[in-house]
Design a protein around this ligand. Structure first.
Ligand SMILES: [Mg+2]
Length: 312
């Protein structure tokens, strides 16, 4: 009789790349209610300092916009803080800044030519994951100079944020609202900010303990984040997104979820309303309908598409 040996199985040497969305896919509900909360400009008063001190100075520096810096600043502030596009991802936001600047008569009169960035436009047209790591992978594949400078800019922005943005507390009534949610709802931070910066902020302010997942840009856009973590597990009228931009509203609507707006310029009042009124309605099942719709109408008027300056 021939002795048989057990078959040896060799493990593959190459492990599959880590799936950044695995945490969302594997998320299991523990409560009947789910609340997604955006971070920048919604939980924290960080939009102003990030755009004015970190994003915009680096746009001017890396894309040589010194000759039109006044207009570059005005346009970038309008897009990112005070318009329909508030909260747009940094990469399409950058292209939009160049496009809107090109339409300004002051820029035209100076004969200034904005960077055309065809490589960046081509990448965005492919509907990529809009993160630094995805951009880096595309640079490896294409060696495109537009993408290389865009990544340099984006990394410099992150470095400025790490250096400058400290001790910016959550809006009043935000922490108090999280405390009210403890034991009643599963809470997820739902954000387009890089995960590392996001975790730093939520931990720094002792808020991370109130949330089940902290989802940053690596885990997909906010709509995908809600879809992967929540849409299949909770009743639609028990999923609520809290945000300060129209993209947050779309993320909620694309999942059939409810939305509560933190109104730009009126954040403190909004959180007080959330804490005192909206949360109670959400848990009682009386949030959707006239109450939510009137909140959303007011919110939309604060985020116009029409620019406050003339076009060429
Ligand atoms: Mg926001």
């Amino acid at each position: 009789m021939i002795a048989t040996r057990p078959i040896e199985r060799t493990r593959p040497q190459m492990s599959a790349p880590l799936d950044p969305q695995a945490e969302l896919r594997n998320f299991t509900k523990t409560k009947d209610f789910f609340i997604g909360i955006d971070s920048d400009g919604c939980a924290f008063d960080t939009m102003e300092v990030k755009h004015k001190e970190c994003f915009i100075p680096n746009i001017i520096k890396f894309f040589d916009l010194a000759a039109i810096s006044k207009y570059a600043r005005e346009v970038a502030e309008f897009i990112n803080l005070y318009s329909y596009w508030r909260g747009v991802n940094r990469f399409p936001g950058l292209v939009l800044t160049f496009d809107m600047l090109a339409e300004r008569p002051e820029v035209a009169r100076r004969g200034f030519r904005l960077p055309p960035v065809p490589g960046l436009r081509a990448w965005l047209a492919k509907n990529p994951k809009m993160s630094n790591s995805a951009l880096e992978a595309e640079i490896q594949a294409t060696d495109d100079p537009d993408l290389a400078i865009t990544l340099e800019w984006s990394l410099a922005v992150n470095a400025s944020v790490a250096e400058i943005v400290h001790d910016v507390p959550p809006f009043p009534y935000m922490r108090e609202s999280l405390v009210l949610l403890d034991g009643k709802a599963d809470v997820m931070v739902c954000s387009a900010t890089p995960g590392e910066a996001l975790k730093r902020e939520w931990i720094e302010h002792g808020l991370a303990r109130h949330v089940a997942v902290i989802a940053g840009q690596e885990m997909g856009n906010k709509g995908e984040q809600i879809s992967l973590a929540a849409a299949h597990q909770y009743d639609k009228d028990k999923i609520l997104m809290v945000g300060d931009a129209l993209g947050d509203l779309s993320a909620a609507q694309s999942n059939g979820a409810l939305f509560f707006p933190i109104n730009p310029g009126h954040e403190e009042e909004s959180w007080a309303e959330f804490h005192d009124v909206a949360l109670g309605r959400f848990f009682a099942g009386t949030y959707a309908g006239d109450y939510m719709n009137s909140k959303i109408e007011t919110f939309k008027t604060l985020l116009p598409k029409e620019t406050p300056w003339a076009k060429v």
